[in-house]
Design a protein around this ligand. Sequence first.
Ligand code: SAH
Ligand code: DHB
Ligand code: MG
Length: 222
Amino acid sequence: MDTERWTAVDRYVTDLLVPEDGALAQAQHSAAAEGLPPISVSPAQGMLLHLLVRSLRATRVLELGTLAGYSAIWMARGLEDGGRLVTCELDPHHAQVAGRNLERAGVADRVEQRVGPASGSLDAMAAEGAAPFDLVFIDADKDGYPEYLRKVMGLVRPGSVIVADNVVRGGQVADAACEDPAVIGVQRYLEAVAAEPRLTATVIQTVGSKGYDGFSLALVIS
Ligand code: SAH
Ligand code: DHB
Ligand code: MG
């Protein structure tokens, strides 16, 4: 088993079930053309996020880490009428590329972009008394995950779902001696999830076009 085989299966699944339309393909093309790193979710993962938004009948979704807006397009397209996605991005160039992609996808009216460190945007939303989010997708810098979780807990309600991307990292998450700050970040994140009585959660390992990684899914229970 290797990445080539995982990628072939991802392609099979994508062709069969997850056709990308012009706007999604364009978002990926523009990201490459503008020199953004190729680290968006895969089409199959984008569809999973889209299905979560729809299953929850979400009207408020929060994303940390916009990049070129690829995952944001998938999620925004699943929102109930009148629903809103807030997406936070540190890099102004990424945010600018994403803004054009969201516009082309016809979802810009449903998406609010916040530019700057996600931690500051979370503080601002708390200070503004933002209504709770139904779904939160954490996908920004991995060493920030523990702090993001603490702040996100003030922006959710029982029944909300928190998904965190890239928590397996080629299996390194199980290596307690790993010194990579990104790995330590996801380890601290998962420990904080485990210690939080308001959450019940799991981690699912994934393989595919993005290699070997995984995501965690946590339900807010109180
Ligand atoms: N969710 C996107 C991929 C996000 S990649 C998708 O699947 O399409 C991670 C993004 O997080 C990058 O664009 C990076 O610039 C951004 N980022 C890194 N540090 C950040 C921070 N402190 N606050 C907000 N965004 C950050
Ligand atoms: C990286 C970040 C991601 O969000 C991802 O899905 C894959 C890789 C990274 O920073 O390397
Ligand atoms: Mg990611």
